[in-house]
Design a protein around this ligand. Structure first.
Ligand code: T46
Length: 141
């Protein structure tokens, strides 16, 4: 889907356990300026309900599983994250909702910018209008 994609990381497995290295700019398509993680989410809770204007992020479920609903004006898809060696890239102007967190799920997020509430679009109707304008402008290029 537009401005989204799956990334695959190396997982080094030996008799001592598993290790997944992620090297900024080699494994992630942007410079990482912020890391946060989401934990302790009840299974009936949905988070997100927003888009970002400029932010690039990679979501990795390092324990358990979570579903991510992605929407753009004329398309939508759902991705289940349940593999710590996979990351979901989400670029600007994509609406996201995170739900169905399993017990103990840990959603790690790598972000291209520091936290900025002004970069969020939290109203869906406003998002659809802005996204249509963005996509129209891009198709003119
Ligand atoms: C996203 C999804 C995947 C901060 O103070 N600093 C931060 O770096 C972040 C991410 C959040 N906050 C504050 C803002 C709110 O008062 O933490 C509170 C919860 O944030 P929010 O409701 O935006 O959380 P989610 O789970 O809906 O969304 C988060 C990210 O905000 C967002 O960028 O793409 O995870």
């Amino acid at each position: 889907m537009y401005n989204t994609g799956m990334l695959k990381f190396r997982c080094i497995k030996d008799q001592y356990g598993h290790l997944t290295p992620i090297e900024a700019t080699n494994d992630i398509p942007f410079e990482v300026k912020r890391i946060y993680y989401i934990t302790n989410v009840e299974s009936n809770v949905t988070r997100g309900f927003h888009s970002h204007k400029k932010l690039h992020q990679v979501l990795i479920c390092v324990n358990g599983s979570v579903k991510i609903r992605l929407k753009i004006p004329n398309d939508q898809s759902t991705v289940e994250l349940n593999d710590k060696s996979e990351g979901l890239y989400i670029g600007p102007m994509v609406w996201r909702e995170m739900y169905d967190f399993s017990e103990g799920a840990v959603l790690l997020v790598l972000a291209s910018e520091h936290y900025d509430e002004n970069d969020y679009i939290r109203n869906y109707d406003f998002y659809v209008n802005e996204a249509k304008k963005t996509f129209d402008d891009e198709s003119d290029i």
